[in-house]
Design a binder for this molecule. Structure first.
Ligand code: ADP
Ligand code: MG
Length: 446
C-alpha cells in the first residue's frame, strides 16, 4: 500500500471514531507525507492547528495507524501549504457559514498549554478556579457574566483560555470566541469602516460563549462600549455565556460606562491574588514537566522563594534549562543562584518595603508630620500628599482599597479610590507630579 492509500484508509477509520465536527475541523486537513521505519511524518494544511491536533489526537492517530502498519510508530507533524488560499482570504465569515464547525481561527488562538490540567490551584486562585470550571461545565447557566480580575501574571489569561479548552472538549461544535478587547475593538472599527456591521453582529451575537481578555481597554472608547453593551445583551438573551478578564474590578475601571459597570457586576466578580510560595512551586513543577525538564523540589523552592511573578518563573526555567544544556552543568543550587543573581536582590528589597515605610517616606518628602498625613484635616497641602500615599500603596504594594482605608484611620474605600484615580490621572498630565512620584519611588527602592 502506498502512503496515500494507507492514509485514506486511516482517515476513513478515524472518521468513524470521532464526531463529524472533529474530523472536519482537525483530521481532514492531514496527509501522510512519509513513513519510514518507525516514524510517520504527517503534514497539515492548517498550520495553526498542529499543536492542538498533536495534543488531542496524537494517541488516536497513532493507534489507528499502528493497527494497519503493525508497528510502533512515532508521529511528527509539519505544516503543509493549503491547496487553495481561498478559504483564508474569506476569513472568519467563511467559517461562520459552516454552522456545525467551530471556527478554526478561534480554536487556534487558544494556547494548548493553558488548560485546567496545567493550572495549579491554591488559596489565591481557588475561587476563580472553581467559578471557571463551573462555567465551563454549564456555559450560560452558572454565573453570567463571570468577571475575573487580578494583577499581572497571576494566571488570568491561562484561566480564561482553560475555560475555552474545556468547553470545546465537552462540545467540539460549541460556538466560541476568545479574543482580547483590542481585537474586539479592531473588529468593530473594521466593521464600521467597511459597513459590515451585520457580519460583525452575526459573528458575536450567536455564540455559546464569548471570552474577552483584558476588557479594561474598552473603557473610554465610546463606540466600542456601545457595541459591546448590545453584544452583551443580545448574547445573554439567547443564553450565551460571557467571561471577562480585567486588571481591576468593575468599580475601579476608570472611564467605564455606568451601564456596562452594572452589567459586569451583575454576575459573579472574583479576584485572583498573587500566587503564594507553594503555588509558585507548583507552577514551576508544571512548567518543568511541560519542558521535559527534571526539576528537583529543593531547586523549585529556591526559585519560588525569590521570584514572585509567575511570568518570570517560566523565563527563569528556560534560562536554567539552556544554561545547563550548553554548559553541560547539572540543575543544582549553584547554577540556579548564578541565574537568579539580580532577581534575588531586587526581591528582598521589595519585600522589605512595608506600608509603614511608604507612609514615612511620603511624609518626609512633602515635609509634613506623620500624624497630619494619617489624620483627617483636609487642607490641600496635606490632602494631596495623602492621595499620593493612597496611590503608592495601591500601585506599588498592591494593597486593596478597603485595607488602605483601614490602615489610614478607617477612611472608606471610595475616598481612597477617588484619590488613587486622581493621582493616576495627574501622572499623565502633570510633569511636576510625575517627577515627585518618581522621586518617592526611588526612595522606596533605596
Ligand atoms: P495574566 O493573564 O494574569 O497576566 P497569565 O495567565 O499570562 O497571567 O500567566 C502568566 C504565566 O504564569 C503563564 O505562563 C501561566 O501559565 C502561568 N501561571 C499563572 N498562574 C498559574 C497557575 N495557577 N498554574 C499554572 N500556571 C500558571
Ligand atoms: Mg493576561
Amino acid at each position: 500500500m502506498d502512503t496515500q492509500t494507507l492514509w485514506q484508509v486511516v482517515l476513513a477509520d478515524l472518521e468513524v471514531q470521532v464526531t463529524k465536527v472533529v474530523f472536519q475541523t482537525f483530521l481532514s486537513h492531514t496527509k501522510l507525507l512519509q513513513l519510514t521505519d518507525k516514524l510517520a511524518t504527517i503534514g497539515c494544511t492548517q498550520p495553526l492547528l498542529i499543536n492542538l491536533i498533536e495534543k488531542r489526537y496524537y494517541q488516536l492517530i497513532k493507534k489507528t495507524l499502528d493497527s494497519y502498519t503493525k508497528t510502533d510508530t512515532s508521529l511528527v507533524f509539519t505544516a503543509l501549504a493549503a491547496p487553495s488560499s481561498k478559504k483564508q482570504i474569506e476569513g472568519p465569515l467563511f467559517t461562520l457559514k459552516l454552522p456545525s464547525a467551530s471556527p478554526p481561527h478561534v480554536v487556534a488562538r487558544l494556547n494548548p498549554e493553558y488548560t485546567f490540567e496545567n493550572f495549579a490551584v491554591s488559596s489565591s486562585n481557588q475561587m476563580a478556579y472553581a467559578a471557571a470550571t463551573a462555567v465551563a461545565k454549564k456555559p450560560g447557566r452558572a454565573y453570567n457574566p463571570l468577571f475575573i480580575y487580578g494583577g499581572v501574571g497571576v494566571g488570568k489569561t491561562h484561566l480564561i483560555q482553560a475555560i475555552g479548552h474545556a468547553v470545546l472538549d465537552n462540545n467540539p461544535s460549541a460556538k466560541l470566541i476568545y479574543c482580547t478587547s483590542e481585537e474586539f475593538t479592531n473588529d468593530i472599527i473594521e466593521a464600521i469602516g467597511n459597513k459590515t456591521t451585520v457580519t460583525f453582529k452575526k459573528k458575536y451575537r450567536h455564540l455559546n460563549i464569548l471570552l474577552i481578555d483584558d476588557i479594561q481597554f474598552i473603557a473610554g472608547k465610546n463606540a466600542v462600549q456601545e457595541e459591546f453593551f448590545h453584544t452583551f445583551n443580545a448574547l445573554q438573551q439567547v443564553g450565551g455565556q460571557v467571561v471577562l478578564i480585567s486588571d481591576h474590578p468593575p468599580e475601579e475601571i476608570d472611564k467605564l460606562e455606568e451601564r456596562l459597570r452594572s452589567r459586569f457586576e451583575g454576575g459573579l466578580t472574583i479576584d485572583v491574588g498573587s500566587p503564594d510560595f507553594e503555588l509558585r512551586c507548583a507552577i514551576l513543577l508544571i512548567k518543568a514537566k511541560q519542558k521535559d525538564m527534571h526539576l528537583p523540589m529543593e531547586i523549585a523552592k529556591i526559585i519560588a522563594a525569590s521570584v514572585e511573578n509567575p511570568r518570570k518563573l517560566e523565563g527563569i526555567l528556560i534560562r536554567i534549562l539552556s544554561e545547563s544544556k550548553t554548559r553541560n552543568l547539572p540543575v543544582d543550587e549553584e547554577l540556579v543562584k548564578i541565574i537568579l543573581g539580580n532577581s534575588l536582590k531586587e526581591n528582598i528589597k521589595k519585600q522589605t518595603i512595608k506600608a509603614e515605610d511608604v507612609v514615612h517616606i511620603v511624609a518626609s518628602y512633602y515635609n509634613i508630620k506623620l500624624s497630619q498625613l494619617k489624620g483627617a484635616k483636609r487642607d490641600r497641602s496635606i490632602a494631596f500628599p495623602r492621595q499620593v500615599l493612597y496611590y503608592l500603596l495601591r500601585s506599588e504594594l498592591n494593597i486593596p482599597l478597603a485595607v488602605i482605608g483601614d490602615l489610614l484611620s478607617g477612611r472608606d474605600h471610595t475616598t481612597i479610590l477617588h484619590g488613587v484615580r486622581k493621582v493616576a490621572e495627574l501622572l499623565s498630565t502633570n510633569e511636576t507630579i510625575r517627577e515627585d512620584v518618581m522621586r518617592i519611588k526611588h526612595k522606596l527602592l533605596g
